[in-house]
Structures are given as structure tokens and as C-alpha cells.
Design a binder for this molecule. Structure first.
Ligand code: ATP
Ligand code: MG
Length: 569
């Protein structure tokens, strides 16, 4: 079953929010002649995470809903930190989420020539100058939140002198860090972003696309607004930390009026914060580089690559994005909401299967030595059309170790000496004996079964017992590696207040066990998803599964059990 085909994803009801209201008003007034063009502009310096998914679903979702286009633009102005592997993973993740940019795939580096021309234009207009202060001096001259900055002595250079210096910066005549190009705005502005921000710096670095063509690189704020304008974006959506940059966005485009095709509107919204998670690429990279996880796609990571391996579906993530909505208020979203979205999706799509995670041998003493019969098990309790499959029953079975207690606590309705349970889809059995090893560990239990209680035969269900446990025939069960995951952090806000998230890692966030699964599961294909009855939703790991050798990751338990079930993995 393929849950990853976007065509199979039903359109989700999209909640109204303030950005929709702005767009609808713009359509009504004809501000953009009805056009809606958005973009998702990742910097290729890491893998996308669930926070990016919020932005992707918002930008691509709006374009879809209003008949517009959404561009995928790599914001690749930072040569040192960017790598091709990140570009590839970003493309894969956006496609996996089910979105299509059509012909609108761009790179900020595509605009390096244009950006350079616009910089010369700003210089001509007296709106930019070459500054030759050192980086420390520039910082000192910038002032603080409470004190205004002061003008650089180079601020009054003539356009001709600036142009000459800027061309020589480009030609590689100067060492890194000796000169920068700055906007000439206002060193006394209360908004530090307007205190003559740097537009270009000299950086001799290999760029993943332009190679060694350039030794000067444009800054983010300068590049971003011009890229938006060149692509005729109408609504440029970004997170709230860019609110203070909006005056600069507008200043640059105002100064380039007539030279660029349009002046998009920047609109800010609150970024996603998720409990028990860190969301900055830098912090995620620290987890990868420090070996705390097995890579960017470790199933415990909040990256889209990690969530995919964990068993998340694009549908669940899109449902999540829709459910959390879009606003201007910063807030924390409970990690349980994301898990619930996955449960909701998988509950309808995942076939049911049987796995015994912590096996204990159970012997039916009164069952024929060579006897074998098949029990019919529904593939989905609410979907009779999915049919039933045959599971073999023999004299020796595996049950969950947890389903037997020698001294049962009050209210325990599963097996204990003398007690009865129903083997799900089969017979009622009574425990008659317990076998222990020299250290006193229980190694197997003996039972007798009641042949008149076979599930599905007339009258067999008349005798009721409270406990109902799953099982596998020992002879037919297939071994499988199963990985049980828990939250990566023990603290709900692992990086709050600037503290070190690495101090809150959950040492028990991953556990690999040797489990038994029903025969049908041995053929599981990478990314097949199932509900293992009573255990949760699992996916055949796309990296480790081999033909006939499935490795299952637990995506999510059946219920939100975080912190509630002592000893639960
Ligand atoms: P990080 O803090 O992880 O490095 P970033 O903002 O530097 O993230 P970009 O690659 O620049 O990463 O992000 C691309 C887009 O995704 C931007 O428009 C950004 O606003 C948005 N984005 C990033 N993080 C979140 C988040 N947590 N919630 C919503 N949108 C986000
Ligand atoms: Mg960014």
C-alpha cells in the first residue's frame, strides 16, 4: 500500500487564517491582478525539519488553493556552509510531502549577476558605499539597542570612488574582510537593521554552483527581497524574526523601483516550536556531528527525512500543519499533536499484523504434538473488505512475556498460574505450570486449551474470559529486528533560554529488540506500514530492510503513553 503518492492524498480542509484574509482581500481589490505567487526559500545548509514543513504546507497550500504557483528557491548565498547533499535532501523532502514546484525551481545564485548590477545601481544613486572599516570597527560603530550608531569615515566616498572600489572587490584585488559594500540608510535608526547594513562581503570560497566565479557574495537581506521581486512573488511569507527586517526589504525594493519587476509584500507568521524537540539546523547538526543520533535521517530526528524513516506519512504531516494553523503568536505545540495526526492517518490505512516483541514460550500440553490448524484474523477490524488472513496455530507458541505474571497484581486479567485467557482469534487456555531456569527466570509456561472455545465456531464465544492476548506459532514465527523509539529529549523545552539541548538527551530514546513476527511480515517491503496489534504502528525501515529481512521501526504507540506507562519502552 502506498501512502506516499500525493495523488492519493485527499484535499484537506484548510482553516482560515490572517494570511488567507490578506490574499483574499488582494484578490478582491485586484492588487496583483488576482495573481498569487509564493515561494519556499530554504538555505541548503541542513536537512528540512517539521518547522519547515509548516512553511512548505503554507506556501504550497496557498498557491494550490488560489490557483497560483509556489517556487522552490535555494537561498544559497553562503558558500561555506552549503552542500549538494542538502539540496538533494530538500528536493526529496518537498516532493515526498506531495508538493510540486513545476518549472519554478530557482537558486539565489542564479541571480548573482543581476544582484551585482543592482548593487552598482545603488552605488550610482548614492544609496550604497564601500566601507573599509574592519569587522570589529563596523560592529563598534553600529551602536546598540539603546545607543545610536555612528557614521563610518568612509560613508562620504563619492559614487565614482565606490564604483571603482566595488569593481576591484569583484575583481579580487582585495583580501577577504578588507572592504564591504553597505547600504547608506541611517546610522541613527532605532532599527539596527537599517544602520547601513552590509550588502556584499569579500569571501574567497568555493560555491557549490558558481564554483570560483565570485569572490564577493551578497548578504541574505539584500538577496532575498531582490530574488522575490525577480520571480514576481506576490506574498513573501517568513517567520516572525524577520519582522524587523521588513523595513530593509522595502527600502531595497523602493530604491530599485523600475529596475525590478515588482515589490512583493513580506508577511510574517509565528514559527513552529514543538515540545521535546529542537528545531534549529545548527542544533540538529550538533546531534549529527556529535554522534548522538545516527544521521540526519535518524528516526528520532524531527527532520522530514527522520520522520519519514520513523513511519510518518505525508498525509499526517499535512494534517498536522493544517491543525496547528497559522498566526502571529509564538507558541509551543505539544509533540502529542503530531503523533495524534499520525495515528489518525495510519488507523485508517495500516493493515493489522501480529508481532511478539518480548517472547515467552507457551506450550499447550493437550494439543497434538504434530497438530496444526489455521485461525482467521481480520486485516482491519473496521474494514471487512480487506479480508482475513490465515495464521497457523501449533502446540508451541510465543506470547508476550508481559502477558504472564506469576503473582498477578490486582486487576491483572492476563495469564497467571491457574488463570484463563483467550488466545486472540483462537482458544481459551488455562495456565497449569511455570518453568524457571537456575536463576529463577521464567523460561516457559504450560497451558491446556479448551477445544470447545475456538473463535468463530458457533457457541465458542459463549464462555467469556476477561483477558485476550496475541500469540504466534513458534514454528512459523519469523525473527525480525524491531526498533522502539522514544522522544529524543527528556525535557519538553530542551533549548529554552539558550541552554544546551545536549544536556537533556534521553538515554533510552532507542532500543533494538529481537522480536518475532507473523509469517506474512517477513516479506514486508521498505516503507510498508502496519499496526502491530496492541503495540502501535510500525514501518519497515527504508534503509535497513532487506528482501526477507525486515527491520521495523515503531512510528508511534497506539495511545499517547509518554510518561504514563512505567517500564514502557
Ligand atoms: P533554522 O533555524 O532551522 O536554521 P532557518 O530559518 O535558518 O531555520 P531556512 O532554510 O532559512 O532555515 O528556512 C526556510 C524557510 O522555512 C524560511 O522561510 C523560514 O522562515 C521557514 N522556517 C524555518 N524554521 C521554521 C519553523 N520552525 N516554523 C516555520 N517556518 C520555519
Ligand atoms: Mg534562514
Amino acid at each position: 500500500m502506498n501512502h506516499d503518492n500525493p495523488a492519493a492524498i485527499p484535499p484537506q480542509p484548510s482553516a482560515p487564517h490572517f494570511i488567507r484574509a490578506i490574499i483574499e482581500e488582494d484578490i478582491r481589490t485586484g492588487k496583483w491582478q488576482g495573481r498569487v505567487e509564493t515561494r519556499f526559500p530554504p538555505e541548503p545548509n541542513g536537512y528540512l525539519h517539521i518547522g519547515h514543513a509548516k512553511s512548505i504546507c503554507l506556501n504550497f497550500g496557498l498557491a494550490r488553493d488560489y490557483g497560483g504557483a509556489c517556487h522552490l528557491r535555494f537561498d544559497d548565498t553562503n558558500p561555506e556552509k552549503e552542500e549538494r547533499q542538502y539540496v538533494e535532501s530538500i528536493i526529496e523532502s518537498v516532493q515526498w510531502l506531495g508538493f510540486d514546484w513545476g518549472r519554478h525551481l530557482y537558486h539565489a545564485s542564479d541571480y548573482f549577476d543581476r544582484l551585482y548590477e543592482f548593487a552598482e545601481r545603488l552605488i550610482d544613486q548614492g544609496d550604497a558605499y564601500v566601507d573599509s572599516l574592519t569587522a570589529e570597527e563596523i560592529r563598534a560603530y553600529r551602536g546598540t539597542l539603546t545607543e545610536p550608531g555612528k557614521d563610518s569615515p568612509y560613508r562620504t566616498r563619492s559614487p565614482a570612488e565606490n564604483l571603482d572600489l566595488f569593481r576591484r572587490m569583484k575583481a579580487g584585488e582585495f583580501a577577504d574582510g578588507t572592504h564591504v559594500l553597505r547600504a547608506r540608510i541611517d546610522m541613527g535608526s532605532p532599527n539596527i537593521n537599517l544602520r547601513d547594513p552590509v550588502l556584499y562581503r569579500i569571501r574567497r570560497a568555493h560555491h557549490h554552483r558558481t564554483g570560483g566565479n565570485w569572490c564577493i557574495y551578497p548578504m541574505y537581506d539584500y538577496t532575498h527581497c531582490i530574488s522575490d521581486a525577480l520571480e514576481t512573488i506576490t506574498h513573501s511569507l517568513c517567520t516572525l524574526e524577520f519582522e524587523d527586517h521588513r523595513p530593509l526589504y522595502d527600502w531595497i525594493l523602493d530604491r530599485l523601483k523600475g529596475a525590478v519587476p515588482c515589490h512583493p509584500q513580506q508577511i510574517e507568521f509565528a514559527r513552529l516550536n514543538l515540545t521535546y524537540t529542537v528545531m534549529s539546523k545548527r542544533k540538529l547538526m550538533a546531534l549529527v556531528d556529535g554522534g548522538y543520533v545516527e544521521g540526519w535521517d535518524d528516526p528520532r530526528m524531527p527532520t522530514l527525512a527522520g520522520l519519514r524513516r520513523r513511519g510518518y506519512t505525508p498525509t499526517a504531516i499535512r494534517l498536522f500543519a493544517d491543525r496547528i494553523g497559522v498566526s502571529k503568536a509564538d507558541s509551543w505545540i505539544d509533540a502529542g499533536i503530531l503523533e495524534d495526526c499520525l495515528r489518525e492517518d495510519l488507523n485508517t490505512h495500516a493493515p493489522r499484523r501480529i508481532a511478539v516483541l518480548e517472547p515467552l514460550k507457551l506450550i499447550l500440553d493437550n494439543y497434538p504434538e504434530q497438530g496444526e490448524e489455521t485461525c482467521l484474523v481480520p486485516n482491519h477490524p473496521q474494514k471487512p473488505e480487506w479480508g482475513k488472513r490465515a495464521i497457523p496455530l501449533t502446540r508451541e507458541l510465543y506470547i508476550e512475556a508481559d502477558d504472564f505474571k506469576e503473582t498477578p497484581p490486582k486487576g491483572y486479567f492476563r495469564l497467571s498460574p491457574g488463570a484463563e485467557v483467550r488466545l486472540r482469534y483462537a482458544y481459551i487456555v488455562r495456565c497449569t505450570d511455570v518453568v524457571k531456569d537456575a536463576e529463577g527466570n521464567i523460561v516457559q509456561i504450560h497451558c491446556t486449551y479448551d477445544p470447545d472455545t475456538r473463535s468463530g465456531t458457533p457457541g465458542a464465544e459463549k464462555r467469556k474470559v476477561k483477558g485476550n492476548i496475541h500469540w504466534l506459532s513458534a514454528k512459523h514465527a519469523r525473527p525480525a529486528e524491531v526498533r522502539l523509539y522514544d522522544r529524543l529529549f527528556l525535557n519538553a523545552h530542551p533549548d529554552a533560554g539558550g541552554r544546551d539541548h545536549l544536556a537533556f538527551l534521553n538515554p533510552g530514546s532507542s532500543r533494538t529488540i529481537a522480536a518475532y513476527v507473523e509469517p506474512a511480515l517477513a516479506q514486508a517491503q521498505p516503507e510498508d506500514r502496519f499496526q502491530f496489534e496492541r503495540h502501535g504502528y510500525f514501518i519497515a525501515d527504508r534503509v535497513s530492510t532487506t528482501p526477507g529481512g525486515p527491520v521495523f521501526n515503531r512510528a508511534v504507540s497506539l495511545r499517547d503513553s509518554w510518561g504514563k506507562t512505567p517500564g514502557s519502552p
